[in-house]
Every structure is written in structure tokens, then in C-alpha cells.
Design a protein around this ligand. Structure first.
Ligand code: NGQ
Ligand code: ZN
Length: 479
């Protein structure tokens, strides 16, 4: 219906259209009826996105005129802090029972079988597909914990970074933000035990690893990926190796490690050094805010205090930890102690922000036989508390200075689907609770990363091409 005051509104449109245009010459203007900004929910927000892909201005209570109207509530994209992209190819393929003793360790044998088959092209195809799925799940960046380095015979490729470059290429196809974490892996168990045949594609000596790392500086820079590094686990590296490598790491690069995931690993650590894995790590390394302790499932109160005190991130991967039968991290205590944490999709048996946050909360509920464990304080929304924490924790672990939708931050934003009656009928934190706990189906409509629309109305422009390459890789791997 035409409004009665049409001529006046027309004038208003022109005035505001002009005002916006001043900014719009080299900015995109986006209007959101509701947006979760760094300091909370705001209404009628106009974001100006600069040509550098960052948020130039944020105006609240603004007019939509001259701006692109977004299709639902806007939240910041979250960083997925732990990924082994290639494992997406085996999602759902390890659910047939063996001889009754199926465990993390028997799963690992199945995973090593996949490892033995993969080519660099397979890795690009699988990673590109995965990264698009992650975008559609509300992640804007992924930290790739990359340890598949060499050819099937264990010999380095002619270009030693070949496999890392395969992951970078995937990120160029998908457009997702990438934090590349080449992994140092040298041994099969505590005490520097020799690697097994199944691990031969992972193995470096310290010099070989540093060469790989240096060789990745320029490729990462040229595609806009951040570069950090990882130690596979305390099983795979010695204290001396950690010390030598850390001497060469730039101060701000992220450093990740798997730790204390399985009880067998805790027992092996105690047998080897008399110390539990997290205690041992703090003995041999100066753990600080650069560090992300992936899983950290089996920790005592004293170890929780160590992690919290160091400012390191606990890298929780709830769906993979459930799939592998790892155990339940003491997240309620950790949150209560103001510990910093983020989430990763790890082996990618699920690929969404909502999926990880839901299971993180539900694990605590199942253990405690109580509800609303991760709210932090009375009256707070569990969804909002979790979302806020993993937004900050994910950014820290991925080596990104700014998290959230504020001036100067990268324009990494997720538009939830305002057409969903579940989302359209609520406001504020309830939007996040419905997204995570409502079982409302795929809720992510559009995703912008670094000022570029990558997902629009649930679709990525390269969906068909990437699906075809992924299907071909799966067919080859299953043949
Ligand atoms: C990995 N994954 O490196 O992919 C490990 C399993 C290991 C998880 N821990 C192998 N979820 O830890 O030895
Ligand atoms: Zn992992």
C-alpha cells in the first residue's frame, strides 16, 4: 500500500539516499533490523563496509534507505578452532562395530587407512566442500591443524608444502578465512618412540619442519591466510623439540596442541613422567595466550587453574569428542573460573556452530542431571553466553585480533533466516537460544566474509563445481 505521505517520504528518501551515497562511493551499506554488536543487540543498524573488507562505521537506529536490507538477524561469524579437513571424507563411515572393543584407537586405524589413500587433489576437493559446509553452519574462519604432509610412501613431495598448499587452494575456492597450522609430528608415543608405518605421512625432524614453516609464510600471506603452528600431541613431540621450535616462532602466532583427550593418554603420560598431560605441558613449555589446548578433556581442578591462569584457550570439539568416546570436559567449572574456550568441528561429523554449542551444553547437563549449565549467571541465556565465549575464544585461538561486529573488525557476518517463524517471532538472546536449542533446521541464510558475500540464500556460487569434485574424490576413495 502506498503511504499517504508519499511525496514527503520521497524527499526523505532523496535526502538520506544522498547522505548514504557519500559513504557509499567506496563502501557497501548494509541494514539489519537486529544485530548482535560487540556490546549487545541493537536495532536498525547500518554497517558501512570498506573496500578493505572491514567494518568502517556502525550506526544504530539508522534508516534503511540506500542500504541493502539484510534478510534476518545478524550475528558475527565464529572461528572454528580445530579442523582436520580430510576427515570429512569419512564422516558416518566408522559406525560399524568391530570385535566389541571399538575405541578412539580403533577409529584411528580406520582414519589412517583414509590417510594412506589421499592425494593433494583429494585434499583440496574435500577441504573446499567442508569449508563451504562450515560457512553454511555459521563459521567464518577455520584453523586447520594440518599434519598430512608427505606422499603415501612417507617421502616428502618435490614441493614439501604440497599438501599445505592443497588446503590453501581450498580456502581460495571457498573464501573462508584460514588459519594454517602446520603440525610438527615426530614420534608415536611418550619418550620419543619411533613413529609407526601408519604415521609416515606426518613425520618431520625439527629442521624439516622449520623449512616447511618458512616455506609457508609467503603462500599464506599471498592468499590472506594466517600462519601459526601446532604440535600434534605430547605423544608425538618431546620437550626438547617443543623448546627448539618455540625459539623460532614469531611472538603472536597461534600454537595449538592436542592434549589429555583419552584416558589412555593420561595413563601413558603419568607412566612416562609422573605427570598428567596438562601438568606435563606446563612443565616443558611456557604456555600463554598464544596457545590452544585442544580437547583438554581429562583435567583436574589444579590443571583447570593452570589453563585459566595462562590465558590459553581450551579448544573443545564436542561432536567429535562424543563420536570418539573421549569424555566430558569440566566446562561448568572452567566457565566459572573465567576460563577462555572456543569450539572446533575437528573430524567434522557435524559442521555447524549450533551443533557444537548444543552438545557442549548437553554434555554438561547429562553429566550433572541439571539444566542450563553454561549460562554463567542467573538470568543469562545459555546460547548467548556460549556464543559470546566461543566468538572471543575462537578469534584468539585463530590469531585474529578482533572478534565481533565493531568498527575496524573484518566484515565477517552471518545473517540468520528472518523468514523462519521461529526466529521472526523472538528477539535478543532468544534468537540465539532458538538457533542452538530449538531444532529449527538450517538457520543460516547469508554469510559475508571480509566484505564478500560467500553464501547467499543458503548457496555458494561454486556449490556445483565443488560438489562434483568432492563426489569424484569420494568415489575414488571408496573404490
Ligand atoms: C588426529 N584426532 O590427529 O586426527 C586425532 C587422532 C591421534 C583427534 N584427536 C589421532 N580427534 O590423536 O593420535
Ligand atoms: Zn584433532
Amino acid at each position: 500500500m502506498r503511504p499517504k505521505n508519499f511525496p514527503l517520504q520521497c524527499l526523505y528518501v532523496q535526502v538520506w539516499g544522498f547522505a548514504h551515497k557519500m559513504v557509499a562511493d567506496n563502501h557497501q551499506l548494509l541494514f539489519a533490523e537486529r544485530a548482535l554488536l560487540a556490546d549487545g543487540w541493537a536495532d536498525d543498524v547500518v554497517f558501512a563496509i570498506g573496500a578493505d573488507g572491514r567494518i568502517a562505521t556502525v550506526e544504530r537506529g539508522a534508516s534503511a534507505v540506500g542500504a541493502k536490507r539484510l534478510g534476518g538477524p545478524v550475528v558475527p561469524a565464529v572461528a572454528d578452532l580445530h579442523s582436520h579437513a580430510f576427515q570429512r571424507a569419512m564422516a558416518g563411515l566408522t559406525a560399524v562395530a568391530g570385535q566389541g572393543d571399538d575405541s578412539f584407537w580403533t577409529w584411528r586405524e580406520e582414519m589412517y587407512r583414509l590417510v594412506s589413500l589421499l592425494t593433494p587433489d583429494d585434499v583440496t576437493a574435500i577441504a573446499a566442500k567442508l569449508q563451504i559446509e562450515l560457512l553454511k553452519g555459521g563459521f567464518g574462519r577455520v584453523a586447520e591443524f594440518h599434519y598430512l604432509h608427505h606422499g603415501a610412501d612417507g617421502r616428502a613431495y618435490a614441493a614439501p608444502a604440497e599438501m599445505s598448499l592443497a588446503v590453501l587452494q581450498a580456502a581460495e575456492l571457498s573464501g573462508i578465512g584460514l588459519t594454517m597450522l602446520p603440525v610438527f609430528y615426530a614420534h608415536s608415543d611418550f619418550g620419543g618412540a619411533a613413529p609407526t608405518a601408519g604415521q609416515r605421512r606426518f613425520i618431520h625432524d625439527v629442521d624439516g619442519f622449520l623449512t616447511l614453516l618458512h616455506g609457508l609464510v609467503e603462500p599464506c600471506r599471498s592468499v590472506g591466510a594466517r600462519l601459526g603452528l601446532a604440535f600434534h600431541s605430547l605423544r608425538a613431540v618431546t620437550g626438547d623439540e617443543i623448546a627448539t621450535i618455540m625459539e623460532t616462532v614469531p611472538v603472536h602466532a597461534p600454537v595449538h596442541i592436542h592434549v589429555a583427550e583419552q584416558e589412555r593418554e593420561v595413563a601413558a603420560s603419568i607412566a612416562h613422567s609422573g605427570r598428567r598431560p596438562v601438568e606435563r605441558l606446563y612443565d616443558i613449555a611456557e604456555v600463554d595466550e598464544r596457545w590452544c589446548l585442544v580437547h583438554a578433556t581429562h583435567v583436574t581442578d589444579a590443571e583447570v587453574a593452570m589453563i585459566v591462569g595462562s590465558g590459553a584457550i581450551a579448544g573443545l570439539c564436542p561432536t567429535t569428542e562424543a563420536d570418539l568416546g573421549d569424555g566430558i570436559f569440566p566446562a561448568v567449572d572452567f566457565l566459572g573460573a573465567e576460563g577462555r574456550f572456543g569450539v572446533g568441528t575437528d573430524s567434522h561429523v557435524a559442521t555447524s556452530v549450533a551443533g557444537e554449542l548444543r552438545l557442549l551444553e548437553y554434555g554438561q547437563r547429562l553429566r550433572d542431571r541439571r539444566r542450563n549449565r553454561m549460562a554463567g549467571r542467573p538470568g543469562a541465556s545459555v546460547g548467548r553466553t556460549l556464543f559470546e565465549r566461543v566468538l572471543a575464544g575462537g578469534a584468539q585461538a585463530a590469531g585474529v585480533a578482533e572478534a565481533g561486529l565493531s568498527v575496524g573488525a573484518p566484515a565477517d557476518l552471518v545473517v540468520l533466516d528472518g523468514r523462519s517463524p521461529y526466529l521472526a517471532s523472538v528477539e535478543g538472546d532468544t534468537i540465539i537460544d532458538r538457533w542452538i536449542f530449538g531444532g529449527i533446521g538450517p538457520a543460516v541464510r547469508d554469510v559475508m566474509i571480509g566484505g564478500r558475500w560467500l553464501i547467499e540464500d543458503g548457496r555458494h556460487p561454486k556449490d556445483e563445481e565443488i560438489d562434483r569434485a568432492f563426489a569424484a574424490a569420494l568415489a575414488r576413495l571408496r573404490a
